[in-house]
Write a protein that binds this ligand. Sequence first.
Ligand code: UD1
Ligand code: UDP
Length: 374
Amino acid sequence: MVSNLIIFGTRPEAIKMAPLVKAFQAQGDSFVTKVCITAQHREMLDQVLEFFEITPDYDLDLMKPNQNLYTLTADIITGLKPVLEDCKPDYVYVHGDTTTTMASSIAAFYSGAKVCHVEAGLRTFNKRSPFPEEVNRSIAGSVCDYHFAPTQISEANLLNENIDKSKILVTGNTVIDALDFSVNKVNTENFRDAEIEGVSSMVDANKEIILVTGHRRENHGAGFIRICNALKTIAKTHPTAQIIYPVHLNPNVQKPVYDLLSDLDNVKLIKPLSYPAFVWLMEKSHLIITDSGGVQEEAPSLGKPVLVMRDTTERPEAVEAGTVKLVGTDEEKIVSEANRLLNSADAYQQMSKLHNPYGDGKACDRIVNFIKNL
Ligand code: UD1
Ligand code: UDP
C-alpha cells in the first residue's frame, strides 16, 4: 500500500489540490492518502475544504494576522516535522508557489519522502515578480522528484533547467478539474449555497458586471492605490457598469480598497466568496480585472476577457491566445483597456472567445496513473 501526504495552506492551493485528494481517495486500498493543511490561510481555506468536503488529518493552524514571510516559513518547516514522522509518507505532494509550497517541499525532502510538485514549471524569470512566488516555485522545483507541469510551456521551462524528461508529466492544470467539480456540484438538484443567493441578489441585472480581485505582495502600497484610483475612474465613467470586488482578507489589501472605494454607488466591496459563488459570479461577469494566478486560468475557459494587473505572467498561454491582457498597475492603462472593452463591441468580441489552454479536467487522473506506474 502506497502512503501519500498532500500538503497545502492557502485558498488557491486548496482549490487546485482538492480534486487530487478526491482522485487518490477514489483508488480504494491501493493508496492511503492523508491531508495536512498548514492553514497559512484560515477562513479562505476553510470555505474551500467545506465545499469539497475534505477533512484534514493534520492542521498546523499557523495563520497569524498580517503574518510575515520569515516566521511563516520557519513555522511550516518545524510544524511539519512531527507530521512527517507520524505519517511516514512514501510521496508528498505540494502545489504551486506559496510559502507553504516552498517550506513544505524542503520539509518533505528532509523526511526522505519522494516529493511531487503539482503545477510545476511556471516561470516569469523575474525573481521579484511575482514576489516571492517565482523563487518559491524554483526552490520547490529543485527539491522535488516528480514534476506535474500544466502545459507544454511549463514542461519546456523545466527541461531548460536540466530536469530529466522522465520525471516530468504534462497533466493540464488541476484548476480545470476543480472547476468541473464545482459546476457539477452546483448543478445537482438539491444544491443550495447561501453565498450564491446573496451575491445574486446584489447583482444588478441591467448592468455589465466587472469582477475584480487582487492581492499580490508586489502590488501592496503604491500599486494598490493606483489600482483603486483606476477602478474609481472606471466606476464614475461607466454608470451602466457595476464593479463587484470580493476583497482579499490581507490587511494590506483591505485598507486601501475600503479607504478608497467604499463610497461609490456602482462599486460593491464584499468579503471573499465561497468557490461556487465566485465561479457563479465569473460566469455572470462581462469583464474580469485581477492580479490572481488562478483566475487567469479559469476565466478563459468561461470565455471572459481578463485584464491582468501585473507586469509579468507565468501563464503566457492565454495572453498568446488573446483572452488575457497584461495592464500592470498603471492607472491610465487599466482605465484605457477597460474603456476599450466597455465601449467597443468588436474589441470585446475579440477577447471574449472561449479558450482553454490550461486543461481538460483530467489532470488528477493523469497524476494518479503516473504514481501507480512508478
Ligand atoms: C498568499 C500567498 C500567495 C497566494 C495568495 C492566494 C505567500 C507568500 N503568498 O498571499 O502566493 O497567491 O496567498 O490568496 O505564500 N488573511 C486572513 N484570513 C485568511 C487569509 C489571509 O485574515 O483566510 C490575512 C491574515 O492577516 C494574513 C494575511 O492575510 O496574515 C496574509 O496572508 P498570507 O498567506 O501571508 O499572504 P497572501 O497575501 O494571502
Ligand atoms: N476565488 C474564490 N473566492 C473569491 C476569489 C477567488 O474562491 O472571492 C478563487 C478563484 O476562483 C481561484 C482562486 O480563488 O480559483 C484564486 O485565488 P487567489 O487569487 O487568492 O490566488 P492566486 O491564484 O493568485 O494564487
